[in-house]
Design a protein around this ligand. Structure first.
Ligand SMILES: [Zn+2]
Length: 288
């Protein structure tokens, strides 16, 4: 995806990791190879990764520039973070900030960081290691987080149930710096961007809806992990907090956006695109 323009707004992205950290069979435990193969006619080539022989996936940040604001949506895994049990995420030294600069954004330019949810692969670059401590990567930004999401993960972290350590090293420092804004799940960020509750994957998961003079887009976070879930919305991921709730949210989302022309930008999809009806079901088609 090059930089896209939607009316008065531009959308870019920074890819931090360009392949899946988990095979689809592990990510979507209800899926089967045969059921996925039945969708290969539309999954290939755009949503398939020939290097791995599996569905394509990204860990990425979306950058939205409205006439007034520079906004970052979700911040990946981060550098220098201890992630026991996840070698691909452990003590990374990636060029993320240079890649952000390559799409024209320096950390001090960012007005808002929007967190769809507080999982380890979505909050990493909230902070960076500087002078012996974690500091907010984006020094002037307000980090907007659904209050319900923060309350849940703060409790999990305080009680030792959150195992990755990402709340302690990537969220708490932002709160302590006074840069977190805890909001309702339907919070309006500005005239273009607003939160929409989409609970299930996590207790306070939100999507971010973008409204422009040329149509709408939705940054759907981890409401879906793999494009095949557009056609098989009953498949929740192994990381969904509430599998049944995630399924219901996903189904409603697919039905609502089918043939709507709304651009869908999911946290881990390899391309933005559109949900379309096909036969009696649904599929995803890449944006041009
Ligand atoms: Zn994720």
């Amino acid at each position: 995806m090059q930089t896209m323009k939607l009316g008065e707004v531009t959308i870019a992205r920074v890819i931090e990791i360009d392949r899946s950290s988990f095979p689809t069979s592990a990510m979507l435990p209800d899926s089967t190879a045969d059921a996925i193969a039945a969708h290969h006619h539309w999954l290939k080539p755009h949503f398939f990764d020939e290097r791995t022989g599996d569905l394509a996936s990204r860990i990425q940040t979306y950058v939205v520039r409205t006439p007034r604001h520079t906004v970052v949506i979700d911040t990946g895994v981060g550098n220098d973070k201890r992630r026991a049990g996840a070698p691909a995420w452990h003590m990374r030294g990636s060029s993320y900030l240079d890649d952000l600069a390559a799409v024209g954004v320096r950390p001090e330019h960012v007005d808002f960081v929007l967190c769809t949810h507080l999982h380890v692969d979505h909050v990493g670059w909230n902070t960076r290691w500087q002078d012996g401590r974690w500091v907010p990567t984006f020094p002037k930004a307000e980090y907007v987080i659904a209050g319900a999401e923060w309350e849940f993960w703060k409790y999990e972290s305080d009680t030792g149930k959150e195992e990755s350590g990402c709340i302690a090293d990537s969220v708490v420092p932002v709160v302590e710096a006074g840069q977190a804004r805890l909001v309702d799940s339907d919070f309006k960020v500005d005239e273009h961007l607003r939160f929409e509750p989409s609970i299930g994957h996590t207790p306070g998961h939100v999507c971010v809806r973008l409204t422009t003079s040329a149509g709408e887009a939705v940054f759907s976070g981890d409401l879906m992990h793999r494009t095949v879930q557009v056609a098989e919305p009953q498949w929740s991921s192994r990381f969904c907090y509430d599998s049944a709730g995630a399924r219901a949210t996903r189904r409603a989302f697919v039905e609502r956006h089918a043939d709507s022309g709304t651009l869908i930008l999911a946290g881990h999809f390899p391309h933005p695109g559109f949900i379309v009806r096909e036969g009696g079901g649904y599929r995803f088609t890449p944006a041009a």
